[in-house]
Design a protein around this ligand. Structure first.
Ligand code: ATP
Length: 208
């Protein structure tokens, strides 16, 4: 899957992402009703709400994978998208994925590897030589996250990215989010874990 929607730049004025009155219907079913928000570089946003309220749909719209019924999304650079269900090659290793995703972003394998090493402890314990089909669910999810974050996207879109993480990995995950924000990435996380809302700058509750 191509998770790239445009090339990113470090120095761009204005919001990293601006969502303006986005509404969505699937057939006759209304899912999103005039949702608006904007996020600056280095800010984080949690999207919360009940099952089926449209969180994943909104993230897909931000990623450019779904066209809203009305409204606009403006990105000031490339978005990296981490889907809820990992879209990885079962017979490829993690290293193959760094090579594959890296090359689609114009990165050498060495650059991609170096960037993943810089993602800290969360990715540090992942065996890069194992085929995805032999990884545990939590480790496959870490690879899913690394692929989305490769190449320093301007906006990082994460759909419940910590599924299957043990407690240590979960803590490492939030440190990694802080790391991305300090690097100027705007991070959007779909989450059900309300106790973590103090870790983000903004919360968007889609309710029901
Ligand atoms: N491609 C589609 N076609 C038709 N209906 C869809 C499609 N994708 C999602 N829906 C419906 O839209 C609604 C919102 O789905 P979505 O996956 O965005 O919710 P969510 O808030 O992410 O849910 P969850 O918390 O369970 O992950 C649901 O009723 C779902 O069945």
């Amino acid at each position: 899957m191509d998770r790239s929607t445009a090339r990113g730049h470090d120095e761009v004025a204005g919001p990293a992402i601006e969502v303006d009155r986005v509404s969505m219907r699937y057939g006759r079913q209304p899912v999103l009703d005039s949702v608006s928000f904007s996020l600056e570089a280095g800010e984080s946003l949690a999207i919360i709400g009940e099952n089926g309220c449209g969180k994943s749909t909104l993230l897909k719209i931000c990623a450019g994978m779904v066209t809203p019924t009305s409204g606009t999304v403006t990105l000031s650079g490339r978005a990296g998208y981490c889907p809820q269900n990992a879209s990885l090659g079962a017979f490829l290793t993690a290293e193959d994925h760094y090579r594959w995703f890296g090359s689609s972003l114009g990165m050498t394998y060495g650059d991609a590897q170096e960037e993943v090493s810089g993602m800290g402890d969360l990715l540090g314990h992942l065996d890069g030589s194992k085929q995805v089909r032999h990884l545990s669910g939590g480790n496959a999810q870490k690879l899913n996250l690394a692929c989305a974050a490769l190449g320093r996207p301007r906006v990082l879109l994460l759909d419940e990215p910590y599924q299957g993480f043990d407690e240590g990995s979960y803590l490492d995950f939030w440190q990694l989010i802080d790391h991305f924000c300090r690097a100027g990435v705007a991070v959007i996380v779909v989450t059900h874990l309300l106790r973590e809302l103090n870790r983000v700058d903004h919360v968007l509750d889609l309710g029901r």
